[in-house]
Ligand binder design. Structure first.
Ligand code: GLA
Length: 377
């Protein structure tokens, strides 16, 4: 089964935008292996927009020969030779968001082309849809066209959460779908995407995931989607939320120049394991809005395999603050005779046994992530 757990990889857009070429993509594949990203579970190398010539040739999409002189099949062979998978990009409209040819009315031809090139993942955007077109039908068409090729191609829909897409994207064959608009590299964007996600959390399920957009961890205000940058603490919080909410983990920074702190965040095996938990249950928001009407102090709890739980505490306020969870609110009745034994996932240490409430004090924009197990009092 494709993408039983959230897909993991790297995409060119956040850092490179239109400045892509085959050497860069090959480098990324090399660095995936060299820097341990592949071993940590990242597997897709994805070329986003701006890879094609501005016009089709004989009805087919053609890679820009200046950027990709060896062609896509050779590039895909190279990526496969590293034990990785190859992702590409097109759009449901007549043009891509950057104005290149889109797949509208060419869905079956383009799916065949991608399959011939050995593509394993297609990101499918939503710009330039004719006003008369039915967006849902466009995704149905590409979903069916990909399946018709006989090749396993992960279908990554990108209509930014429009048309209530979480209610139907799974049914048209998508394995993941953007549930919100584009991310940029700053704290407000991370906060806003998280808030927009709250009513949609339960639309994801095993094999089909809400995509909160590509990660900005490690961009530090540089690159195409850079708009100010974040602190390492904010990147850590960003990664933790995306991991805990079962979003795909698609890196957006330049992995050739990762800082030590970025490497630590993106390669944390324990946090990744929570994202990749085999039960794939969505967490729910467990904190009480009674004391926090604006949802600035968020607590999510996610039941996991082997009767464990992941519990994340997030301080979205702009000052140091305690974030509280009453354990009776998540089902731990006072009469149960059980407590939660906590392990602090980032600090890599036991964090005690709790019966009534947990209330860590967190710096602004910081988080703490626990793995929890029920123990007899
Ligand atoms: C849209 C998508 C982005 C990116 C660009 C490319 O904005 O949401 O993720 O693919 O198009 O033009």
């Amino acid at each position: 089964m494709l993408s039983r757990t959230p897909p993991m990889g790297w995409n060119s857009w956040n850092t490179f935008g239109s400045r892509i070429n085959e050497q860069l993509i090959r480098d990324m594949a090399d660095f995936f292996v060299k820097e341990g990203l592949k071993d940590a579970g990242y597997e897709y190398i994805i070329i986003d927009d701006c890879w094609a010539l501005p016009r089709r040739v004989d009805g087919r999409l053609v890679p820009d020969p200046e950027k990709f002189p060896s062609g896509m099949k050779a590039l895909s062979d190279y990526i496969h030779s590293k034990g990785l998978k190859f992702g590409m990009y097109s759009c449901a409209g007549t043009r891509t968001c950057a104005g290149q040819p889109g797949s509208y009315d060419y869905e079956y031809t383009d799916a065949e082309t991608f399959a011939e090139w050995g593509v394993d993942y297609l990101k499918y955007d939503y710009c330039y849809l004719p006003t008369t077109a039915d967006g849902k039908l466009c995704y149905k068409r590409m979903g069916m066209a990909l399946r018709a090729t006989g090749r396993e191609i992960l279908f990554s829909a990108c209509n930014w959460g429009e048309n209530d897409c979480g209610k139907w994207m799974r049914s048209v064959g998508a394995h993941m779908w953007r549930s919100t608009g584009d991310i940029v590299d700053n704290w407000n964007s991370i906060k806003s995407l998280t808030m927009q996600q709250l009513p949609k959390i339960n639309e994801g399920a095993m094999g089909s995931f809400n995509d909160m957009d590509m990660l900005v961890c490690g961009m530090y205000g540089k690159g195409n989607a850079a708009l100010g940058g974040c602190t390492d603490e904010e990147y850590k919080t960003h990664f933790t939320i995306w991991a805990l909410l079962n979003s795909p983990l698609i890196i957006g920074c330049d992995v050739r120049n990762m800082s030590e702190e970025t490497r630590k965040i993106l390669l944390d095996k324990d946090v990744i394991a929570i994202n990749q938990d085999p039960e794939c249950r969505q967490p729910y928001l467990a904190s009480s809005s009674q004391h926090d009407p604006e949802n600035q102090k968020l607590v999510f709890i996610k039941p996991m395999a082997e009767n464990e739980y992941a519990i994340g505490f997030f301080n979205f306020t702009d000052e140091k603050s305690s974030v509280q969870l009453n354990l009776c609110d998540v089902g731990l009745a006072a009469s149960s005779g059980y407590s939660f034994k906590l392990y602090d996932v980032w600090a890599k240490e036991d964090a005690g046994v709790f019966k009534d409430w947990i209330a860590p004090t967190l710096e602004k924009h910081a988080c703490v992530l626990y793995r929890a197990r029920l123990v007899k009092d």
